[in-house]
Design a protein around this ligand. Structure first.
Ligand SMILES: Cc1cc2nc3c(=O)[nH]c(=O)nc-3n(C[C@H](O)[C@H](O)[C@H](O)COP(=O)(O)O)c2cc1C
Length: 287
């Protein structure tokens, strides 16, 4: 069974790298908020040991310009589109979801539940999902942070509130200093991603797959077919590439080929349950 490969939100600009976007089974946009946001001051990306830090600050054109200008150009790529939605309150998420509901080009909405000021307590996450659910009939994925005290509890809460799938995981807060003790990022701490996140993400995927019957898109340091297979075995039905795309824009094709080889060498990876769920996600990916 082939595993869909997506990009992780914010890690690929499909309009400047259309061939990379077309190498994916679905393209996930950077998070869109109700109003335009300029993002944080530079430097807002820094390499550090085991991965990278970013504090982009949800830079985006706002939902109105996104729908009018960006979405029609993304549609021309011919790749299923997932739109990542963010906000600072449940009402913000509901507003963006309502605007996307009428857009035929949008296959799936991914709710970024790790935005600043949006607490990821299970009840808050569920309230956001319920508000979004009321505004859209599109497939809804909840993207969770690995930094909650019990990610499986949040997964159960968002499942009860009506999501169709989970995206696991977002970055985790980190800080790196230069030789004189100043933070590498202008804002201080930022989101830590890349290889060091992989075991953390794997544990989240494994815990959530035990807790809920929902398809899971896994991300967090995935850079090879072996990494992808580990996530499939932990319970994911699709994988997303993030930080690795900055160093290797052709990673999707490579990971797909490596994964096929790994699966051929280890055919027990796909359980009957996995097959049923992967059918579900393939439908969502290609909707
Ligand atoms: C530069 C950068 C920008 C990101 N922007 C977003 C974003 O807008 N929305 C979101 O949900 N996640 C965002 N993320 C998080 C990624 O989608 C992903 O969850 C995280 O980086 C873990 O995957 P990775 O280790 O493969 O990069 C961003 C990550 C990076 C590195």
């Amino acid at each position: 069974m082939s595993v869909p490969i997506l990009n992780a939100s914010g890690c690929l600009d499909a309009l400047t790298a259309p061939d990379v976007a077309r190498s994916l089974d679905a393209f996930v946009t950077k998070t869109v908020t109700p109003l335009p946001r300029e993002g944080n001051a530079s430097p807002r990306i820094a390499e550090t040991e085991g991965g990278m830090l970013n504090s982009i600050g949800l830079q985006n054109p706002g939902i109105e310009r996104f729908v009018a200008d960006v979405l029609p150009r993304l549609e021309e790529l011919g790749v299923p589109l997932w739109v990542s939605v963010g906000g600072f309150s449940a009402a913000d998420y509901a507003t963006v979801c309502a605007q996307l509901d009428g857009c035929d080009a949008v296959a799936t909405v991914e709710l970024n539940l790790s935005c600043p000021n949006v607490e990821e307590a299970a009840d808050t996450a569920a309230a956001i999902v319920a508000a979004a659910r009321a505004q859209t009939s599109k497939p809804l994925y909840a993207k969770l942070s690995p930094a909650t005290w019990d990610v499986a509890e949040t997964a159960r809460a968002v499942a009860d509130a009506g999501v169709d799938g989970l995206s696991l995981v977002n970055t985790i807060r980190g800080l790196a200093l230069d030789a004189s003790g100043r933070p590498l990022l202008a804002r201080g701490a930022g989101g830590y991603s890349g290889p060091a996140l992989r075991p953390i993400a794997l544990a989240c995927v494994h815990a959530c797959a035990q807790a809920v019957e929902l398809p899971i898109v896994a991300m967090g340091g995935i850079a090879s077919g072996r990494d992808a297979l580990d996530f499939v075995e932990a319970g994911a039905y699709a994988v997303a590439l993030g930080t690795t795309l900055f160093a290797d824009p052709g990673a999707a094709g490579r990971v797909r080929a490596e994964l096929a080889a790994e699966q051929a060498a280890r055919p027990a990876a796909s359980s009957p349950q996995a097959t049923a769920k992967s059918l579900q996600i393939t439908q969502n990916v290609s909707a």
